[in-house]
Design a protein around this ligand. Structure first.
Ligand SMILES: NC(=O)c1ccc[n+]([C@@H]2O[C@H](COP(=O)([O-])OP(=O)(O)OC[C@H]3O[C@@H](n4cnc5c(N)ncnc54)[C@H](OP(=O)(O)O)[C@@H]3O)[C@@H](O)[C@H]2O)c1
Length: 282
């Protein structure tokens, strides 16, 4: 209303904020029906896993997150009210045995299978140790965990594997991801068929360019390799995304929490891309 420059600026700022909120679906709501259900979120101390744990907990679920947990990460997970943190390195057989022993027979309603990403590199950059570590962490560790935990998932429960858009389109300089993520998708598909008789759903979520520490690190590596600034690399990456921006962990978490929840009761064996439209494959 006011003709003073200040008010006009305020209302245009409010309007910009509203447009951003609508664009990112900040106030969108679906009743997930997760109150008092128990969810285990691997790799939940930071980034995407932490955002999933936070949302499930806000929706009333009982959530346990795991990670290798450095003191910083422990603090980051502890700041989520009501969320417990357990130690688990998905690439370490001893850590997995210890975790499973401690888990005992506690029943679960859902499992978010997530871990740290493999190091960047092309085929000739990678050592035998890189391959073994990535295989253990991304594929074999989850296999061992699922074998032991599946009987503890309540009938009607849900498993969601976090992968990457590399399940469809290889990403430059991420050779390990390009090879191992499709294997995780195949694992999920097979399990979705084997667990269907117990009404347990198994799905895959495939993020692309969600703004987390991991993506920042990858962008910094790319900037160094290509002698560009971080801002230039990020601008080039945004230009490849049809929606023209990086996603937020909260946007990813809403899709993941939906697939984990009874609200997605007839979705199984599916792979959902949360990538702003970047994956150009059918
Ligand atoms: N962000 C994206 O746009 C994007 C795109 C494609 C794929 N991804 C994949 O999605 C996953 C999560 O991404 P993010 O961006 O959230 O990564 P992040 O910020 O690096 O977080 C990774 C999480 O996994 C945990 N973790 C790391 N290594 C682990 C291990 N060996 N065992 C158990 N937990 C481990 C970390 O906690 P601790 O350090 O405490 O162990 C942390 O909680 C990664 O595999 C990443 O490659 C992400």
């Amino acid at each position: 209303m006011s003709k003073s420059g200040v008010k006009t600026k305020e209302s245009s700022l409010t309007q910009t904020k509203r447009v951003k909120e609508r664009r990112e679906g900040k106030n969108a709501k679906v009743d997930l029906q997760v109150t008092d259900r128990r969810y285990l979120v691997f790799g939940g101390t930071r980034g995407l896993g932490r955002a999933v744990a936070k949302l499930l907990s806000q929706e009333g679920a009982k959530v346990i997150v795991t990670g290798r947990t450095t003191p910083d990460n422990r603090e980051s997970a502890r700041s989520l009210p009501g969320v417990e943190t357990w130690v688990l390195d998905t690439g370490d057989a001893g850590s997995i045995s210890y975790f499973l022993e401690k888990w005992g027979d506690t029943l679960l309603d859902g499992l978010f299978v997530n871990t740290g990403g493999p190091p960047p590199g092309d085929f000739f950059d990678l050592s035998p140790e890189d391959w073994i570590q990535a295989f253990s962490q991304l594929l074999y560790g989850p296999v061992q965990l699922l074998k032991a935990l599946s009987p503890k998932i309540a009938d009607g429960g849900s498993v969601l594997f976090n992968t990457s858009s590399s399940i469809r389109v290889p990403i430059d300089h991420l050779f390990l991801s390009n090879v191992l993520r499709p294997a995780v998708e195949a694992l999920a598909k097979g399990l979705s068929l084997e667990l269907a008789s117990r009404q347990i759903r198994v799905n895959v979520i495939a993020p692309g360019r969600i703004g987390t520490e991991r993506v920042l690190q990858l962008d910094q590596v790319a900037a160094t390799r290509r002698h560009l600034t971080l801002e230039e690399i990020q601008a080039q990456a945004r230009a490849q995304i049809p929606l023209g921006r990086y996603g937020s962990p909260e946007e990813f978490a809403r899709a993941a929490a939906f697939l984990l929840s009874p609200a997605a009761a007839f979705i199984s064996g599916a792979s959902l891309f949360v990538d702003g439209g970047q994956t150009k494959a059918l």
